[in-house]
Design a protein around this ligand. Structure first.
Ligand code: ACO
Length: 359
């Protein structure tokens, strides 16, 4: 027993922030950002949007496209590095809102999160613990970037995408998933904001009763100094890691299925930097046209980036029945992952509310 993607959906913020607008705020240019990263604009969640609202939009679209309702779903796995809050898991709130059943959990594997979540859901389905699952990648990264840091803030964007999974026979759907992590690289991409250490450091600064409590039991508080809450990244090192990892993961996936990377019809990579994808394509001797890129319009949306690109590829008819599709991700942790899928027609399932395929 395996699992297949039955339908996809997305939820993207209304507001678009173009590089030209950043030129007015930072010591940067549209040309620098476009040439170095491939990004022209990104979506930014407004005050009335968050991971929950974007994820619900994505899940509801995936359900409509599959002709299903919330009650048909028995598992929800959400991947996010920027959850709206620490407790409870966003997956539980989504389950409640959709009227779904069964287990619900969040996980964080940086930009590889969607692939980790896909592997978890595939495992649950294969074990018979659920019949259908929603796998969500969602991020509001613009809320954890330092808008004074031109080297990181220009890279990220917000958005959510969901894949509806159902059981299928072995040899169809998701053929194989590979995952990895190298914890010694944990300092290369880092964000301390919102975690328990940060909360403990804030406690000392609280006024009134909460502050007095910290004074009375000093070990409850922590020094604020040295805790930088926003994303910090060693871009060049991550760049090298990303190129090497993408190549190695695609080779590993294909070797495990006795296939050659040349037999892959479409690679949907994590959209971190178009130059990373160009370098990996060149190193693997594959034409760039075989890699689906939409980074120009969304920037790096971390856990949401692969499903957002896959949804778009399906919606724009870049995939055909029987195509071999490789999903490749890498990110904070350091983590990486890959999935090899056999595409079945209908995965893009026409949405009756949007007028069917090819939108
Ligand atoms: N505008 C203008 N100049 C800039 C900007 C900017 N926005 N940002 C940096 N620069 C400058 C730097 O200050 C530096 O100037 P200097 O030479 O005077 O010191 C110069 O440009 C070159 O900087 P580099 O960092 O060496 O530029 P590079 O070509 O490596 O590009 C980038 C930087 C885009 C970040 C690249 O390294 C990259 O994409 N790395 C990978 C990022 C990634 O994949 N992240 C994914 C994981 S994220 C996650 O998991 C949440």
């Amino acid at each position: 027993m395996s699992a297949a993607i039955v339908s996809l959906g997305r939820g993207i913020p209304r507001h678009i922030l173009h590089n030209r607008q950043l030129e007015e705020l930072l010591d940067t240019t549209h040309l620098w950002i476009k040439e170095r990263t491939g990004i022209a604009e990104r979506r930014v969640a407004g005050p009335d949007e968050d991971n929950l609202s974007l994820s619900l939009e994505a899940c509801r679209q995936a359900l409509r496209r599959a002709g299903m309702k919330g009650g048909d779903i028995g598992l929800i796995v959400v991947a996010s590095a920027t959850p709206d809050r620490l407790v409870p898991a966003m997956a539980c709130t989504i389950q409640g809102e959709l009227g779904a059943r069964g287990p619900a959990l969040d996980l964080n594997a940086g930009c590889s999160g969607f692939l980790y979540a896909l592997a978890v859901a595939k495992g649950f389905l294969a074990e018979g613990l659920a019949e259908r699952a929603l796998v969500v990648g969602t991020e509001t990264l613009t809320r954890i970037v330092d808008w004074r840091d031109r080297a990181t803030c220009v890279l990220f964007g917000d958005g959510a995408a969901a894949a509806l999974l159902a059981g299928c026979p072995e040899g169809e759907g998701i053929l194989r998933v590979v995952l990895g992590a190298e914890g010694r690289g944990d300092g290369l991409i880092h964000a301390a904001g919102g975690g328990a250490r940060m909360m403990a450091s804030l406690r000392g600064g609280l006024a009134g009763e909460a502050g007095a409590f910290a004074e009375a039991i000093p070990f409850l508080g922590m020094e604020c100094d040295g805790i930088y809450p926003f994303v910090r990244m060693q871009g060049r090192k991550v760049f090298r890691f990303a190129v090497e990892t993408m190549c190695a993961t695609l080779r590993e996936l294909c070797a495990a299925e006795s296939l050659s990377p040349r037999e892959v019809d479409l690679v949907v990579p994590h959209q971190a930097n178009s130059r990373i994808v160009e370098a990996a394509a060149e190193r693997m001797g594959l034409p760039l046209q075989r890699f689906y890129l939409n980074i120009e319009r969304y920037g790096n949306t971390s856990s949401a980036s692969i499903p957002l690109a896959l949804e778009e590829a399906a919606r724009r008819n870049a995939l055909r029945e029987g195509d071999l599709v490789a999903l490749l991700g890498f990110g904070a942790g350091l983590t990486w992952g890959g999935a090899l899928l056999r595409w079945a027609d209908g995965c893009d399932g026409g949405d009756p509310e949007e007028g069917g395929r090819g939108r």
